[in-house]
Design a protein around this ligand. Structure first.
Ligand SMILES: *Cc1c(COP(=O)(O)O)cnc(C)c1O
Length: 483
């Protein structure tokens, strides 16, 4: 593809994306293809000679689009938002165009410095502790996902705990043990497994009636483990659990981490709900974060930034780099030796890294802080309104508190009713929502935060849910009649 062809196809592709986005509302949200359909439509082997861009785009329309679930649809209420924006898509394109490898400061100074700078902006924007800013001992880095962030935090914590154990004389140190609530994301368990700490060394702590970790249970377990000769070293708190948006008591957990014996590393996972901290009125949900050792949230969920972009801060960057830094000869350079620069390869698992700060910078500049706050407030407002509709309908019940934009609810008719309502809604293509289990019961999740969702889409979703509830009730009535 020469420069002129690139220019022509690039214009055509941006037109295509704009047209696609303009028609999202009319598309069935959930892809309805059977397994194997897409592969069956593709040639067995790669083409021998190059093909035209037009031919590729024709196949995108014919083969790929039917297999797309439209995450950017205004009727997408499943899982969590993965919202994007024009600014973010263009930032992503620019990053591809520059094709930069940002593993070291020296391999593209702007890639590193823009990242540090935008993450410092976010410390201020989210009201995070100043200790996370890069002027002091801390700093932020963009990871691919929250899963990588918790793994890095865990490895840094392990390094710190082992260094501490090495300093003390005498008895062999006991096994390491980590803690999270039984509602924490599966990435915590995966990190424990990957780090070789041992799956059994993650102690899951019970939750209260709101699905938030019980601090007394954590304190008791830590004390019992210490008494048994184990070495508690890591606690993961969640602000906004994936299942039900439960809020762990970060402040009480920080207090437990700080007391008696070696301090525990406190990591705060706010992958989705972290975006809410943009608004001062939601910051009480994050109270205690000022004592955390690390914090993570995903702009690629609810802050209009294309996947992947997961922001991760640490209070003590030395703890992270001493765990992850290795310097082979072929990466030695003057800037690194001077100690005056950040080399982000020492802050993550892989060596190579993309220029992800560009899209985040574009998003923040394009919306402005107030613009982002307006979006968050809109989504939370609609979440609260939806929760009110559920509460006012005697056929339904709220299954958990809805502090922000995720509403967990269920029809009182039991598993069969909720499964039928969800399946029929998703098959209709009118909207897409997913489920969880709370207290062992099937629960529907209404997650509001797609960039194109408007109030009328939320209203229609509730109307459609009520219609499917009525349909199920009618069928149930007929079945009873027939008995
Ligand atoms: C989505 C989510 C994760 C996992 O995010 P990835 O970036 O996909 O790894 C972890 N924790 C919470 C609370 C989440 O909501």
């Amino acid at each position: 593809m020469n420069a002129d062809e690139f220019r022509r196809h690039g214009h055509a592709l941006s037109d295509w994306i704009a047209d696609y986005q303009a028609t999202l509302e009319t598309r069935p949200v959930l892809a309805q293809v059977a397994p194997g359909t897409i592969r069956a439509a593709l040639p067995r082997s790669a083409p021998r000679e190059g093909e035209s861009f037009e031919a590729m785009m024709a196949d995108v329309e014919r083969i790929i689009l039917p297999g797309i679930t439209h995450w950017q649809s205004p009727n997408f209420f499943a899982f969590f938002p993965a919202n994007t924006s024009g600014a973010s898509i263009l930032g992503e394109l620019l990053s591809a165009g520059l094709g930069v490898q940002g593993m070291l400061w020296a391999t593209s100074p702007a890639c590193t410095e823009l990242e540090s700078h935008v993450l410092d902006w976010l410390v201020e924007m989210l009201g995070l502790p100043q200790a996370f800013a890069s002027e002091g001992a801390g700093g932020g880095v963009i990871q691919d996902t929250a899963s990588s962030a918790v793994l890095c935090a865990l490895i840094a914590a392990r390094e710190r705990a082992q260094a501490g154990a090495g300093a003390g004389a005498g008895a062999a140190p006991g096994p390491l043990v980590a803690y999270a609530s039984n509602q924490a994301h599966s990435s915590v368990e995966k990190a424990i497994h990957i780090a070789g700490v041992g799956r059994g060394q993650l102690h899951l702590i019970e939750v209260d009636e709101n699905f938030a970790l019980r601090p007394e249970a954590l304190a008791a377990r830590v004390a019992a483990d210490r008494a048994a000769g184990m070495r508690p070293f890591f606690v993961a708190a969640t602000v906004g659990t994936t299942s039900s948006n439960a809020m762990d008591p970060v402040g009480a957990m920080a207090g437990i981490c700080a007391t008696a014996g070696a301090p525990l590393w406190l990591h705060v996972d706010a992958a989705m709900s972290g975006t809410a901290a943009l608004c001062p009125e939601f910051r009480p949900l994050f109270a205690g974060v000022e004592s955390a050792d690390s914090f993570n949230f995903n702009p690629h969920k609810w802050m209009f930034t294309n996947f992947d972009c997961s922001c991760f801060w640490v209070r003590d960057r030395k703890a992270l780099t001493s765990a992850l830094s290795i310097l082979p000869e072929y990466l030695r350079n003057q800037a690194t030796s001077s100690g005056a620069v950040i080399d982000y390869r020492d802050w993550q698992i892989p060596l190579g890294r993309r220029f992800r700060a560009l899209k985040l910078w574009f998003v923040i500049r394009s919306f402005g802080v107030e613009g982002l706050r307006r979006e968050v407030r809109k989504h939370v407002g609609w979440g609260q309104e939806f929760a009110g509709w559920v509460a006012a309908d005697p056929r339904f019940e709220l299954a958990a508190p809805a502090p922000l934009n995720l509403v967990c609810f269920r029809h009182r008719g039991g598993e069969d009713a909720n499964q039928a309502i969800m399946d029929r809604l998703n098959q209709s293509g009118d909207l897409y929502l997913t489920h969880t289990k709370l207290d062992g019961k099937l629960t529907l999740r209404m997650s509001i935060g797609a960039a194109r969702t408007e109030h009328r889409h939320v209203e229609r979703a509730w109307r459609r849910i009520q219609e499917e509830a009525a349909h199920w009730e009618k069928r149930k009535g007929q079945a009873r009649h027939a008995d």
